[in-house]
Design a protein. Structure first.
Length: 242
């Protein structure tokens, strides 16, 4: 008679998950253009904590003819980013109620680790937005009130479908960079948008971005939380008895 003793093999089940997200404070907003026609819609108003959506509250880029592609950058108040990776969550609030339907149609997000003295001079138009930017590829993109968010191959997000009066975009991306010092927002043109955009609805391609927020969490591999037993037949001690 042959007896087989099955040896239990222990293995752990774990995954890389983000820790608790913390807000990242931004400063020194700088842009290639901020609208001053009709009212001042400055890049700096995107980080002033005012969500009211009134006249002049938010960043817009109408220059008197058409809105075209423009860029805004921000410094982070403190360096951030975990060597093990970070999950970044961007919140773009379009809450302008004086003239609704001024949402962004295409945009892209990037980060840099350059010294703060190398970019973001604080000018609201013709500002210094040049740095060694690393484009983020979103892992998730969503919007309130119905728009469809499509992540394109260049890392940009194209918005289509429903055109709500207001909408809040949420973009999630991961990065392995640490000591991040700045963030870039590119408002981009696209053939699917009125006057090529970057705005979704306005006939001149304009938009109003009321508030721009960022939070980050370190990516962590937790301690093992569950154990399993696997029976491996045929791999055992045996004894033969006549």
């Amino acid at each position: 008679m042959i007896f087989h003793r099955i040896l239990p093999v222990l293995f752990t089940v774990s995954a890389t998950v983000p820790a608790v997200a913390v807000p990242i404070s931004l400063q020194n907003a700088t842009a290639t253009l901020s609208q001053t026609i009709g009212a001042s819609f400055l890049a700096s108003s995107m980080i002033n904590g005012n969500f009211g959506g009134g006249l002049g509250e938010g960043w817009a880029i109408f220059d008197g003819i058409n809105a075209v592609a423009h860029t805004a950058v921000f410094e982070t108040v403190l360096d951030f980013g975990s060597p093990g990776g970070s999950e970044l969550t961007f919140t773009l609030s379009h809450l302008y109620t004086t003239a609704p339907n001024h949402t962004l149609g295409r945009f892209r997000l990037s980060v840099t680790t350059d010294p703060r003295s190398n970019f973001a001079d604080g000018l609201q138009s013709s500002g210094d937005v040049t740095a060694n930017w690393v484009v983020l590829t979103p892992t998730l993109a969503s919007a309130t009130n119905g728009p469809t968010m499509t992540i394109l191959g260049d890392g940009s997000v194209l918005v289509s479908g429903t055109n709500p009066s207001t909408s809040v975009y949420t973009i999630t991306a991961t990065t392995l960079l640490s000591a991040i010092t700045g963030v870039r927002l590119e408002a981009m043109e696209d053939a699917s948008l009125p006057a090529l955009g970057p705005g979704r609805v306005a006939s001149n391609g304009n938009f109003v971005l009321t508030e721009f927020e960022l939070s980050a969490s370190d990516l962590l591999t937790p301690e093992p939380t569950s154990w399993a037993l696997v029976a491996l037949g045929g791999l055992a001690l045996w004894r033969r008895r006549v």
